[in-house]
Design a protein around this ligand. Structure first.
Ligand SMILES: Cc1ncc(COP(=O)(O)O)c(C=O)c1O
Length: 539
């Protein structure tokens, strides 16, 4: 635990004309022995203190503690919820943030996740991705990027104006699942591109596979290149040894994690961590401020506060239970005819998030989409997602023996009712393969492609054009096209087959992929006069 002296009032000792009658909270978050006191929760305390003061607000939010809310919403959430929807400045914190509520809460966050500094975010990991890249990259900088990036990182590449050199993750030979990036691939990329300014990765993947971040950090740091990890799906890793090593514990320079995804915090909450000498904290603070709303929801911040306290004080025990429940579910589901559930062994990976249940259902003779419908409308179970072959279910601190039994029982019943059905979809499962998910040729930077004049072209006519948009089929969630990529015949054939087999396609303006957005500018100027990449076609 950090022992930096931390006071609750900036400029203590300065005369204040109007002191709050009762300080919102004690002017320190240190315990008696000088350690940060994780039983404290500055945002939660600040909201409680505000409510105790019986304020009459003439300030935002306009619903005025719920009094102006639609009664149906009051009935839904309860009046108490709205009475706690107060602003940060002049609400949970001092008028000019002079009670340091936010700063103290983040200081506890940094200690909890073992970072140098942690920023609390109210617009998800998406904000953290944008803030980190905007702070650390200049337009035109070369960056090495794992190709399985989330859309929000692609947005950050567009906004920052970086020139990505993509690395395709290894794929499992039959399961269409990304296996992460190995350190030697980063090493090779850095040898080839010694001018690269940053390594950008997603780990864990949506399916729960983690890369060896410590080895990657070693390779990158040997050349003094910072590593940034989108750890949206791993905010719990730091709190249990059976989970993959967290990004901060692996020694990377920056990481974002969505506290709302698998921990007990509200939707939209996330944390951005930084550590070490290769990042500029002041600049990141500034870009976080630029990327976030200027009216952050105190109730979202309070849930990060509460989740941090819960994880520091009880995380190990709570995760023991969640992991045990997930392992029990995995064991039982695996034995149901027609199902198979992924684990580290079946994937052949070293680090896997045990709380993720990726359930391959095609042996039931149904697609994942059909199974999701069955689960939802027949058994009242709401999975995280589905695709052609599988269902993903998350097991978290919110699960119980009963919820797991319900899931397993539903699958047992579904399997019985499908008894004897042949897998109808095995033959139509679209497998990604090298050429279609390989980054291929980049004719422009994502930013230039995105801001270019564009037009929608029927898919069949788009070969040889430059994509102006992101096209990400799930699985495996790896962009087949990113803005700036040259569209190839192979990629088009794959996308066409995917669209025809109900593959879920994210990112594209036309989700059914009848058309695709392409750059509508003379190829001469875009491609050959100012080439970004040496591997551009010269014809
Ligand atoms: C890998 C990854 N990064 C970032 C995000 C964005 O997270 P958020 O919804 O918290 O903004 C997601 C969302 O699913 C994601 O899967």
């Amino acid at each position: 635990m950090a022992t930096t002296a931390t006071t609750g009032r900036r400029g203590a000792g300065k005369p204040h004309i109007h002191e709050p009658a009762t300080p919102f909270f004690l002017p320190t978050i240190l315990d008696e022995s000088g350690h940060l006191d994780h039983t404290r929760a500055p945002f939660i305390e600040g909201i409680s203190a505000y409510r105790e003061q019986n304020m009459t607000p003439f300030a935002t939010p306009g619903h005025k503690l719920g009094r102006g809310m639609d009664p149906a919403l009051i009935a839904l959430y309860g009046a108490e919820a709205f009475a706690s929807d107060i602003p940060v400045s002049g609400g949970a914190d001092g008028i000019h943030f002079d009670l340091d509520t936010w700063r103290l809460a983040e200081e506890l966050g940094a200690d909890a996740w073992d970072s140098d500094r942690t920023f609390y975010l109210v617009n998800g990991s998406s904000t953290g991705n944008l803030a980190f890249l905007t702070a650390q990259i200049r337009p035109g900088d070369k960056v090495i990027v794992a190709r399985d990036v989330h859309k929000s990182l692609m947005v950050a590449l567009i906004q920052s104006g970086a020139r990505p050199v993509y690395i395709a993750p290894e794929l499992h030979p039959t399961l269409d699942i990304g296996l992460g990036i190995e350190a030697h691939r980063i090493d090779e990329a850095l040898r080839k591109h010694p001018d690269a300014k940053m390594i950008i990765l997603v780990s864990p993947s949506y399916c729960g596979v983690s890369s060896d971040l410590a080895a990657i950090a070693d390779v990158a740091h040997a050349r003094n290149v910072p590593v940034y990890v989108d750890e949206a799906w791993g905010p719990h890793f730091h709190f249990h040894p059976a989970l993959p090593q967290s990004a901060m514990d692996s020694g990377v320079d920056g990481a974002v994690a969505s506290t709302h995804k698998v921990l007990g915090a509200f939707t939209q909450s996330a944390v951005l961590h930084i550590k070490g000498p290769r990042v500029n904290p002041g600049r990141i603070a500034a870009t976080v401020g630029m990327a976030q709303t200027t009216s952050p929801a105190t109730f979202i911040l309070a849930t990060i506060d509460g989740c941090r306290r819960q994880m520091v004080l009880h995380g190990r025990k709570l995760l023991d239970v969640a992991i045990e429940l997930a392992e029990d579910a995995r064991y039982r589901l695996q034995r149901i005819p027609g199902l198979s559930v992924l684990d580290a062994e079946s994937l052949g990976v070293a680090a896997y998030d045990l709380t993720k249940l990726v359930i391959d259902v095609h042996g039931l003779g149904l697609t994942g989409f059909q199974v999701e419908n069955e689960l939802r409308y027949r058994y009242r179970i709401n999975p995280e997602s589905s695709d052609l072959t599988s269902i993903i279910c998350l097991v978290t601190l919110g699960d119980t023996r009963e919820s797991i039994d319900r899931l397993v029982t539903a699958f047992e019943s579904l399997s019985r009712s499908q008894n004897g059905s042949k897998p109808k979809h095995a033959a139509t499962v679209v497998r990604s393969s090298g050429a279609v998910i390989a980054p291929g040729i980049q004719a422009m930077s994502p930013r230039d492609a995105f801001f270019s004049r564009q037009r929608a072209l029927p898919l069949e006519q788009a070969a040889g054009e430059i994509s102006a948009e992101l096209v990400i089929p799930y699985p495996p969630g790896i962009p087949v096209l990113a803005p700036g990529d040259v569209i190839t015949v192979e990629k088009l054939a794959y996308l066409k087959m995917g669209a025809e087999t109900c593959m879920y396609i994210a990112g594209a303006a036309d989700h059914k992929l009848r058309t695709i957005q392409v750059v509508d500018e003379p190829k001469q100027s875009a491609w050959t006069q100012q080439p970004y990449y040496s591997n551009l076609p010269t014809h």
